[in-house]
Design a protein around this ligand. Structure first.
Ligand SMILES: Nc1ncnc2c1ncn2[C@@H]1O[C@H](COP(=O)(O)OP(=O)(O)OP(=O)(O)O)[C@@H](O)[C@H]1O
Ligand SMILES: [Mg+2]
Ligand SMILES: [Zn+2]
Length: 390
């Protein structure tokens, strides 16, 4: 039997992405050596960015699968090593692509990433649930998506995605966002960074104010290697405040999605969301009414039990439209759903666990509306195209 060609093995290795950096390991200097012996066994050494890299099982599995498929390969003998400080510095250089360190890639005029700030007038309206499900829905549509959990009081996003207490991998002073397993089957990707992951100690009570908060936000946007994202979601703390001012300074092109419940006094919510958007010089792209109604257990979803009243979303949208002088639509009405809450608690978002349910369908529809929109550049209608496939 012919020994497998080294070229084909290299090509196979080039299909393996580092799960955190999401680029081929061959581009990242991670493949240290490749040799084929006479028996057709491939001996390959892959260097991890840090020892105890939490995703070495994924790399091991992917390398074995990719190389094992090459014609004539009888076995794969994988050795995992660790990069030296010098190699890591080289990698960091590669990732930065010569950019200066503190630049926020999303605020560059040529950035193709849509940035959505999810905001609400008050807490507990389902902001984090909406953020997580919209992001997962978009990732499952094949897009590369990131979430910045900037809610200093809550930071509930990692738990809602089943990530528990994971800490991000750090390469020198660059932080890798934590990839989620949720989109494994689809072409899309979703990774997360939470302000909670940046706390020196997990149990530390965060009482961050202006400058510290600003630094944390900038860190999550510029020190984190996000790669080419199609969409970035920011889960904000409720109300207005320091973080809104920071966001306005650092991400003026972010668009605001306001989450409300049906009962909220339109004036109050609209006022707060409006103040925030004008502080941020950002556009409000629409309103999501959450906990809209309870589908009647007897008659089905046609009979809406209006547990929290009705019309809040429409009222907020109307008030904001009037205030800003452009159309602020209601993007969707998400019903109350016990499974949605449970999905949040167990770390499996409803758009994954029961995509057919009315709440998941409503959230997926909102994601589709957002991702299908143009970028708002004068005269241009660029749909959202998956990164790297432009
Ligand atoms: N449509 C829904 N049906 C049922 N439960 C929901 C729904 N939306 C959110 N919840 C639940 O309500 C609670 C609050 O939701 P969530 O944490 O998403 O709100 P939040 O606005 O981010 O809150 P906070 O202000 O504390 O950050 C959670 O337990 C969540 O699972
Ligand atoms: Mg929250
Ligand atoms: Zn009924």
């Amino acid at each position: 039997m012919a020994t497998p060609a080294l070229e084909q093995i290299q090509a196979a290795l080039a299909t393996v992405n580092d799960p955190e950096i999401r680029r081929p390991i061959t581009d990242l200097g991670m493949v240290d050596s490749v040799e084929v012996d006479d028996a057709g066994v491939v001996h390959v050494t892959v260097l991890l960015t840090v020892s105890g890299c939490p995703l070495k099982d994924t790399i091991t599995r992917d390398v074995n699968a990719a190389v094992g498929k090459v014609d004539g390969v009888t076995g794969v003998d994988l050795t995992l090593g660790v990069m030296t400080a010098e190699q890591r510095a080289g990698l960091q250089e590669t990732l930065r692509g010569g950019q200066s360190q503190k630049e926020i890639p999303f605020s560059r005029p040529d950035s193709l990433t849509k940035v959505y700030a999810i905001a609400s007038g008050k807490g507990g309206v389902g902001k984090s649930s909406v953020t997580v499900n919209l992001a997962v829905a978009m990732a499952r549509q094949g897009l590369k998506v990131g979430i910045v959990d900037a809610d200093i009081y809550g930071h509930s996003v990692p738990a809602m995605l089943g990530l528990g207490d994971v800490r991000p991998t750090q390469v020198e002073d660059m932080i890798m966002p934590v990839p989620t397993p949720i989109t494994r089957e689809s072409a899309g990707e979703l990774s997360v960074i939470s302000i909670g992951m940046l706390k020196p100690r997990r149990d530390q009570v965060v009482a961050w104010r202006g400058p510290m908060l600003d630094r944390a936000l900038v860190q999550m946007l510029s020190d984190v290697y996000w790669g080419d994202l199609d969409a970035l979601f920011l889960d904000l703390p409720p109300g207005t405040g320091d973080i809104a001012i920071s966001l306005g300074q650092h991400l003026p092109n972010a668009e605001v999605v306001v989450v409300t419940t049906p009962q909220e006094a339109a004036a109050e919510v609209a006022e707060r969301a409006g103040t925030m958007a004008s502080m941020m010089h950002q556009r409000v792209v629409g309103v999501v009414e959450n906990m809209s109604f309870l589908p009647c257990p007897h008659c089905g979803p046609e009979h809406r039990l209006e547990v929290f009243g009705a019309g809040g979303g429409a009222r907020v949208a109307k008030t904001l439209s009037g205030r800003f002088g452009y159309d602020v639509p209601v993007l969707g009405e998400v019903p109350l759903d016990l499974d949605l809450r449970e999905g949040g608690d167990t770390g499996t978002p409803i758009v994954v666990s029961s995509p057919e349910s009315p709440s998941a369908a409503a959230l997926t529809q909102v994601a589709t509306t957002l991702s299908g929109r143009g970028r708002g550049l004068a005269g241009m209608q660029l749909g959202l195209t998956p990164a790297g496939r432009l």
